[in-house]
Write a protein that binds this ligand. Structure first.
Ligand SMILES: [Zn+2]
Length: 643
């Protein structure tokens, strides 16, 4: 209880509102309906204390004082007005009051709109998508609509396989928003490719430097509506700056040290001046911007929109990139976050994303952890890795969170969707690749013209194995994201070595399946993948995985290698998707190294599937496919020779 103070109480004014440094203070004797109303706010938005005051008649009485957050004060004002409760402001002007109230009313209007539209399935009948080269699916247009009514501040949480990138860039193009895309490193070129495949816009990729003979053109920042970078790279463009202060005493003179400095060092174990251990306190002070070798920097002020792909990577609040992204980019006016990871199991991992899109609404990670992460205090500190009050959480995020399951959009999706992921070789890998290529060309040129395709093939094995190894390394994070999204994946290779490497990367959750194994061992792998919930990855060989086995537990297929005929490709795809069943859709992901043999093979195979898709009769298609097979090796060898 506070000290008694003399406060003038005007009899006709019930509620006094005062602006504090950050929050607002509400002072009123006792008003049941207002107290009940405030109690409904989440705890991080309210606090209460009781003061004893002396009224105008000279007698002491209780006075309840409530502290209300900036995010909720507009709501309070609207409530007071709607309920005809008299109030007075002690230190703010009427235009500020109007602004706060209007902001709140506007927000409410938007929320009720969203909820209404969510219920009515978002009407897109009059929306014009003629600016797209390829028409998005209706459910993707609905996501764009959802972004529009939310003013570009939203989280798209569709289940993996539903396709979250297209709505995000379609929204940016539709409104011509200069956009920064942050995504995993392995997906940078995929974003670029998809944007340019679906729209007429160009995309600039940070730190992307195509090789001399590359078919890929690097566009400048100026001509590109989209600028793409990855999480790790941000740390080289923008760094955290720390302020250090020493509270120690000089050991010799016994004088206070008081050393102070601002620099990029995170912490000092001991003071560089007085030499005391642990006497330096360090805290984040600001950000410093840097240029890369091409003279490019990332200036947050340039962007109207930020898209953060696989945004659950922000979940660790202590990670440097999370801190930088929060500090540098939260001022960008429009923010779209994408993630297929489910919130249900660990709501706390979602806090960072919510705080980024709506910092006034989601401000205190501890309060959030206690309420929604079933927080409790252990011997080592607070733990928030449970789940609690989920229904309330979903109600609160619902206005700006959209999640559709695959089964909701199944009718619109073709049974198989294809995604190609271009991968860039770094300089060291590329020069090594070029060395092998040179040797291969020499062998081919020296060889006899009559050599059959198998001999040709053996010569290009080395190149394929090399790119295969690069791809295996680079898709690790893609595989992890699929698993985090609760899905199972089949990965097929054309080399045993690569199939084994996948197992080594994910030893506890994968099974191997190769021609070298016994029938019993192979069947065991298939059964475990199909039936055991802890097994998420099936790592097999393209040929061995082609026939007679069922892998329908998977919703994704990653092709690390290539089958040489469309028939073989289909065989593998149909292990996880059976044409007879229309109940599911699968995504087929093909990573490939740009400026390498992978690109040539893709070109040729894509040509072939064109022929295949035009042929309805199965026999006919097999005949055609074989015809093309013969030329595919020759054509491939020709292409390599020409390099
Ligand atoms: Zn010192």
């Amino acid at each position: 209880m506070g000290k008694s103070k003399k406060i003038e109480i005007e009899e006709d004014v019930l509620v006094k509102i005062k602006k504090l440094k950050v929050n607002y203070e509400l002072r009123y004797g006792y008003l049941k309906i207002l107290s009940e109303y405030i109690k409904r706010f989440p705890k991080e938005h309210r606090a209460v204390r009781k003061d004893s005051v002396i009224g105008t008649d000279g007698t002491p009485k209780d006075d309840w004082v409530r502290t209300i957050s900036e995010a909720k004060i507009g709501e309070i004002i609207a409530f007071l007005i709607d309920n005809k409760i008299q109030f007075v402001f002690e230190n703010i002007t009427s235009d500020v009051i109007d602004r706060l109230r209007n902001e709140y009313v506007e927000r409410q209007r938007r929320i009720s709109n969203v909820i209404k539209l969510k219920a009515e399935q978002l009407d897109i009948t009059n929306d014009d998508y003629s600016f797209m080269k390829i028409m998005p699916y209706d459910y993707q247009k609905k996501a764009v609509k959802f972004f529009e009514i939310n003013n570009g501040i939203a989280i798209l949480g569709d289940q993996p396989g539903v396709g979250k990138t297209a709505p995000a860039f379609a929204y940016a193009v539709k409104h011509q928003l200069k956009t920064l895309v942050i995504c995993p490193a392995s997906l940078k070129l995929m974003w670029r490719k998809e944007i340019m495949k679906f729209t007429n816009e160009k995309a600039f990729v940070y730190k992307f430097n195509p090789k001399k003979k590359s078919k890929i053109i690097a566009f400048s920042k100026e001509e590109s509506l989209f600028h793409i970078t990855n999480y790790e790279a941000i740390e080289s463009y923008i760094k955290l700056e720390y302020k250090h202060k020493c509270s120690g005493k000089n050991l010799v003179t016994n004088q206070k040290c008081d050393w102070e400095e601002v620099n990029l060092t995170k912490t000092f174990k001991k003071c560089p001046i007085c030499g005391n251990q642990g006497s330096v306190k360090s805290r984040i002070d600001g950000l410093v911007s840097f240029q890369d070798n091409f003279g490019c920097d990332i200036d947050p002020q340039n962007y109207d929109l930020i898209i953060i792909d696989e945004c659950h990577r922000l979940k660790e609040l202590k990670t440097t990139w999370t801190k930088i992204i929060h500090k540098a980019f939260s001022g960008i006016p429009k923010k779209l976050l994408l993630s297929g990871t489910v919130i249900k199991s660990r709501p706390f991992e979602f806090f960072s994303a919510l705080n980024f899109v709506m910092p006034e609404e989601w401000k205190n990670s501890h309060e959030f952890g206690v309420r929604y992460g079933a927080g409790f205090q252990s011997n080592y500190g607070w733990v928030y890795d449970g789940a609690s009050n989920l229904e309330e959480l979903f109600t609160r995020v619902s206005p700006y969170f959209l999640r559709r399951l695959k089964k909701d959009v199944l009718k619109e999706l073709p049974p198989k969707t294809y995604l190609e992921i271009p991968i860039e070789l770094d300089d060291k890998d590329y020069s090594e690749y070029k060395k092998i290529e040179k040797e291969t060309i020499k062998q081919i040129v020296d060889g006899k013209e009559v050599e059959k395709e198998l001999t040709y093939l053996s010569k290009i094995h080395k190149l394929k194995l090399f790119t295969g190894k690069i791809k295996t390394k680079k898709i690790k994070e893609i595989i992890q994201d699929i698993i985090d999204g609760g899905e199972k994946v089949v990965i097929v290779s054309d080399y045993m070595e690569l199939a084994q490497e996948i197992i080594d990367l994910f030893p506890d959750i994968s099974v191997l399946h190769t021609g070298a194994m016994s029938e019993l061992e192979k069947q065991n792998s298939v059964d475990r993948f199909q039936e055991d919930d802890t097994i998420k990855i099936f790592s097999g060989m393209i040929i061995a995985s082609g026939v007679g086995i069922t892998l329908t537990a998977a919703s994704k297929l990653i092709k690390l290698g290539f089958a040489w005929t469309p028939a073989d490709e289909e065989q593998v795809e149909d292990r996880i998707h059976r044409a007879s069943s229309t109940s599911d859709t699968i995504e087929i992901i093909t990573p490939y190294c740009i400026d390498t043999i992978d690109e040539d093979i893709m070109d040729l195979l894509n040509d072939k599937s064109y022929i295949v898709s035009k042929t309805l009769d199965n026999q006919e298609y097999k005949k055609q496919a074989v015809k093309t097979d013969e030329s595919i090796y020759k054509e491939l060898v020709n292409r390599i020779k020409q390099r």
